[in-house]
Design a protein around this ligand. Structure first.
Ligand SMILES: *[C@@H]1O[C@H](CO)[C@@H](O)[C@H](O)[C@H]1NC(C)=O
Ligand SMILES: *[C@@H]1O[C@H](CO)[C@@H](O)[C@H](O)[C@H]1NC(C)=O
Ligand SMILES: *[C@@H]1O[C@H](CO)[C@@H](O)[C@H](O)[C@H]1NC(C)=O
Length: 803
């Protein structure tokens, strides 16, 4: 185009100079022709215009002259004399936007030489369409752009001129833009897109418009340009939460890191404008420790431990913000759900400690308060007492329980209790706790002292020293301190008309009983006293026991010879017939011993005799017998010294002399007067006779009795008494003392041995009294007054059955 323009300008200059030079010449010829005529098209008849005929025209060598080598465009048809189009004439090329476009020629005629000037006006035809400088107009408009904003658009160009040039613009129908064309004369022409309605990227990101320019030719021609509008995003949308309020519930034991809630906000904007980040609204420090927020995902995480008991619900706001900072808020409500995470706690509010043991059942001794921080079922509590204790819990007002006794208390049985109270709530699983507290039971003087035995027996040997302790009694009182402190005393009484206190005393603290004086077995053998034990309570309680003191025999009496009378007092002489045969009884020594038992068991021995071997002595009977037949040679007067010894330890003994006269005739006896004297003086002789008679009668009775027993009681395995005077050789068992001590008989010992011994009465009595504590009324043994030591035993039948 530019090149064409330049050429046109050169040509124009040439034409102009021609015109200037031709103006000086004669008569101008002008023609007019539209551009773009076909080659050969007739512009006009030159011959006619010159006023010559066609022949002349060719003969005179008419020709068109153009300056330089520029294009001629036109030519002269010599045959017709017409001026014709020789090549394409493009007005736009020749003259561009000039409104007048004229081709200037000089027509030269020879013979004669003539010079004419010819001008050809080239008129415009609508052969060019409007064109825009670009094919696409790209516009980027922010969606936030205000209504009425204008956007410059270059005008369209049309090479044609006049009406053939661009006459109007047409914008494709759309709702956002209108087109305004400015064509004020003298000013630059341009078009403008005017925003009629605000753009919305979120609705439509791009607009394609077609702007068409139309010229005024006939038919009109048009050219279009596409307008491509890109709607640029403006941060015109705040993020929007999916719900305005997020309400969630969380168990209080939810572990750290649990996602509490996920908030979501969307932003329709794009890029940074649509990038949503989350953050907490104003949150207290406490809450900040509890919750954390992922700014990208919107996850609210638990970062601390919830505690329903501290805070049952939380409420805060979360902000969603896009890049440039548009924000919106959502409310988060977190309800903490109670979990049974608190065990009940037990508080002892009051306790009467110690409790007296005589507290009646049902007495309140304490108040207990139970609490549980959880709620509802988790704080329903059941309370119980562990183990078997005489206490019970009864619910009182609200969460108070009353602890009371449910049974009798006995300090002596249980002096203290560890009461364990367990509280269990109703949660699932239930939680429990327990508390143990100590309760003491205080003493009440409710127990009298009690003796270990109701009756005591004590044995003391006679001739004891005054002050000897005989035995001790013990009474126990399980009460506490002075209520259990025992004091002993003797109950005042009399023994044989003498106050008991002159025989015995008791240590008030130890219960040891002492002999106040020395006892004599021969005087009395036992005494009985009541001991009282009393505690120190107020009022005191007491009890009593019997103490029987048995005095045991000691060998403190030597045998006393009853017959013959002691030496010196009188001289007793026995007559022995000369014909006395061996074995015949001559006389009998009778002795007694005030002691008893072994101590009174006498044995007789001849210690000295005139003719040893003539007389023998019954060791236990005291009988003096002739050992061999008396002969004539034997001395008439025989003298025996006899020792009587008891079996005590040590033994005591006495001696006596017996005078024997071997004679048949009393007259022979020179010392007969002695005999009469004897008869007169000695009372002992009569005693002796009585004794002998009674012994004989008793012996007979005894034999009859035994026979009767034998016949009446056949079933009896054997009879123990073989004979009252049969004294066994092994009379004294070596373990005699042991039998006493153990209170039982050794199987190897036979009762026979006991019962046949006259001197054994006290021992037997001893055993009996051991068993029965007291002697039966008829159970006493009597010693026969004579020296044969034969015993009577009134309930002998019973005694026989002992085995
Ligand atoms: C009570 O508990 C204490 C301390 O645990 C213990 O020493 C005592 O023996 C207990 N008493 C009873 C009666 O169980
Ligand atoms: C002894 O018992 C009485 C009640 O009988 C009581 O008051 C007192 O406290 C008791 N003494 C002691 C030391 O327990
Ligand atoms: C001794 O105790 C008994 C019962 O234990 C009682 O019957 C009696 O009266 C008491 N005697 C005295 C003297 O206290």
């Amino acid at each position: 185009m530019e090149f064409a323009g330049l050429c046109a300008r050169i040509l124009l200059f040439a034409v102009a100079s021609i015109v200037v030079s031709a103006q000086g010449s004669d008569g101008d010829i002008s023609f007019s022709i539209p551009e773009e005529k076909k080659v050969g098209s007739v512009i006009g008849n030159l011959a006619k215009a010159l006023g010559i005929n066609t022949k002349q025209l060719s003969s005179r060598k008419a020709r068109l002259d153009v300056d330089g080598g520029s294009k001629r465009y036109c030519d002269i048809d010599p045959n017709t004399g017409n001026l014709i189009v020789a090549e394409r004439i493009d007005r736009e090329q020749l003259c561009g936007p000039k409104t007048v476009c004229t081709l200037m020629y000089e027509i030269i005629l020879e013979n004669p030489l003539e010079l004419h000037r010819a001008a050809i006006d080239i008129s415009d035809i609508n052969d060019n369409s409007p064109t825009f400088t670009v094919d696409i107009i790209k516009l980027e408009i922010t969606e936030s752009t205000e209504k009425g904003t204008r956007f410059f658009v270059n005008e369209a160009h049309d090479a044609d001129i006049g009406v053939n040039a661009v006459q109007s613009y047409r914008l494709q129908d759309n709702e956002h833009f209108s087109f305004l064309f400015h064509s004020n004369p003298g000013q630059e022409k341009y078009g403008e897109l005017v925003l009629q309605k605000k753009l919305d990227r979120e609705n439509q990101q791009e607009l394609q418009l077609l702007l068409t320019a139309v010229d005024g030719g006939s038919p009109p021609r048009s050219g279009s340009v596409a307008i491509h509008v890109t709607v640029l995003d403006a941060n015109d949308n705040a993020p929007v939460f999916s719900q305005p309020v997020y309400k969630v519930s969380m168990p209080e034991d939810a572990p750290i890191g649990t996602v509490v809630v996920t908030v979501t906000a969307t932003d329709d904007d794009e890029g940074a404008n649509g990038e949503v980040t989350y953050e907490f609204g104003h949150l207290s420090n406490d809450l900040l420790e509890l919750f954390s927020l992922d700014p990208r995902t919107g996850n609210v995480l638990l970062s601390g431990a919830l505690d329903f008991e501290k805070e049952a619900s939380y409420e805060f706001r979360i902000q969603a913000k896009d890049g440039p900072g548009l924000a919106s808020f959502a409310k988060i409500i977190i309800e903490v759900v109670d979990v049974n995470d608190n065990a009940p706690t037990i508080h002892l509010k009051s306790l009467s400690n110690p409790v007296p043991e005589d507290t009646p059942p049902g007495t309140e001794v304490g108040i207990i308060n139970v609490q549980d921080k959880d709620s509802e079922k988790n704080r329903q509590i059941r309370c119980s007492i562990q183990g078997h204790v005489p206490f019970t819990l009864t619910p009182s007002i609200k969460n108070y329980f009353s602890l009371s006794t449910s049974g009798p208390l006995d300090r002596e049985h249980t002096s203290e209790y560890n009461i364990t109270i367990t509280a269990v709530d109703e949660g699932s699983p239930p939680l429990s706790s327990s508390k143990t507290f100590h309760l003491s039971v205080s003493d009440v003087n409710d127990n009298p002292p009690v003796f270990d035995e109701q009756s005591y027996s004590a044995y003391v040997a006679e001739n004891n020293k005054a002050g000897t302790s005989i035995c001790s009694v013990t009474a126990r009182d399980p009460d506490w301190r002075q209520n259990g402190t025992v004091l002993y005393s003797l109950l005042p009484s009399e023994v044989n008309g003498v106050p008991v206190s002159s025989f015995l005393s008791i240590n008030a603290d130890t219960g040891v009983i002492h002999a106040v004086r020395s006892f004599d077995y021969e005087q009395f053998r036992s005494l009985k006293v009541q001991v009282v034990s009393r505690d120190n309570g107020s009022p005191p309680l007491s009890s009593n026991a019997t103490v029987s003191v048995f005095i045991t025999d000691e060998n403190d009496n030597s045998p006393q010879i009853l017959y013959p009378a002691p030496e010196g007092k009188s001289l007793m002489t026995e007559m022995v017939p000369k014909a006395a045969l061996s074995g015949s009884l001559v006389s009998k020594v009778i002795a007694v011993d005030a002691d008893s038992g072994q101590n009174a068991w006498l044995s007789y021995r001849i210690v000295k005799s005139t003719d040893p071997g003539l007389f023998s002595m019954g060791v236990h009977s005291g009988e003096i017998r002739v050992q061999r037949d008396i002969s004539e040679s034997d001395s008439m007067k025989q003298n025996l010294v006899i020792s009587v010894r008891d079996n005590g330890q040590p033994p005591l003994s006495a001696t006596c002399s017996v005078y024997l006269l071997i004679s048949d005739n009393l007259a022979e006896v020179p010392e007969l007067k002695d005999m009469t004297y004897e008869e007169k003086s000695s009372k002992l002789t009569s005693y002796l006779i009585i004794a002998l008679v009674s012994v004989s009668t008793f012996f007979l009775t005894f034999i009859i009795l035994i026979l009767a027993v034998r016949f009446c009681r056949r079933r009896k395995p054997r009879l123990l008494f073989d004979g009252a005077v049969a004294i066994p050789s092994a009379y004294l068992p070596p373990n005699y003392a042991e039998v006493e001590g153990a209170g039982t008989l050794r199987s190897s010992y036979n009762y026979d041995a006991y019962l046949t011994t006259g001197s054994h009465t006290s021992d037997f009595k001893f055993i009996r009294s051991y068993n029965d504590s007291t002697l039966p009324a008829g159970g006493t043994l009597r010693k026969s007054p004579d020296d044969s030591n034969i015993i009577t035993f009134s309930d002998a039948g019973e005694a026989l059955e002992v085995r």
